[in-house]
Design a protein around this ligand. Sequence first.
Ligand code: ZN
Length: 434
Amino acid sequence: MNRPELERQDPILVKQYQEAQLAKVLQYVQENSPYYKRVFNERGIDIHTIKQLEDLLQLPVTTKNDLQQYNNDFLCVPIHKVIDYAVTSGSLGEPVTIMLTDNDLERLAYNEYLSLSCAGVKAGDIIQLMTTIDKRFMAGLAYFLGARKMGAGFIRQGSGALAMQWDAILRHKPNTLICVPSFVIPLLQYAVAKGIDYRNSGIKKLICIGENIRNPDFSLNNLGRRISEQWDVTLCSTYASTEMGCAFTECEQGRGGHHHPELLIIECLDENNMPVAPGEIGELTITTLEVEGMPLVRFKTGDLCSLHHEPCECGRTTTRISPILGRKQQLIKYKGTTLYPPGIFDVLNNIHFIRNYVVEAFTNEIGTDELIIHAGVEKYTVDYDHILIEHLRSRLRVTPKVLFRQPGEIDKMQFPDNNNRKPFLFIDRREAVV
Ligand SMILES: [Zn+2]
């Protein structure tokens, strides 16, 4: 079966394809991965009994903690075969190094080629990258490799620097932007302030990374609406992680990120590592296919989402994933309500006087979760408290403490050492998060 055809195949054939691939992965890690060799041996696992996807339940899961603790034991090749060293963002604990071979870079390119195709990007299109491509960031490199494979032009502008972003847009005339969606707000504000005719700039599509633009029912959330009300562009969300070396990108129907079944086996698991019912929220758990350097078996990503299996109107039959509700570790129990940071971000993104923000969680004297929202505003007025509290109460049913600050101070909180690749929007100072 030709691989790209998989995404429109009967799910039964896709399952059979994945089961054949799974047998190869298990054989490969048993022979080459010091970590899995040890774990399978300690637990007396006979990989030949794992024939169907359902049999995966017999295998232990791999956690972020396992990957942090035994990082180099996951490498299946001699070090001289490693071409690229990528690290996870480290927003949750110690960063993990993911080492990629030449074949893994080819897989990454193929993944992003499929993802960009899914979002409707074609050969001859021009893409402007508004995130970093260096700093050991896998996604920036993946976009470049995918665009190259597709035959699309690629402008490596990088993050920030509004004037340079517009200079590149007006000079090179891209039609697609890859960006963090909240960055589009200051991008448009800058254009308005400088008299740039952004509506006729030729941009038709935004591929949105890192933040949700939709609610769990796939309607646009506050941020998505705020962008689309100002700008007639197609919004496609993309979700990826360094560990899986793979992306789930929406097609133009905007009904969740499409799975690439030739590159990952996915499960959605509950607290006890059992599958949740279709459509229920669980933790996305992945087994990588075709990875040579650091393959992962049943890796729990920490990201909570639901899976949707109905065929999409675009013609693809692959599973789609919902927007990420949050990271499992970032669950906040606050005044009798449970919250995830993205839900709080979406409220803040809808308030026009807030330029930027950081949400901080810590443990109070009685050992429960406490929240402070640091909101950056140009010129504070007393109305702001009232407006913000009303928005928070109506959406979240609780009202965290709010501190208004200068946007420059918030910038320093978001980029504490000036070296992080993405802004820290959530700072977790809680003790013993479990
Ligand atoms: Zn679709």
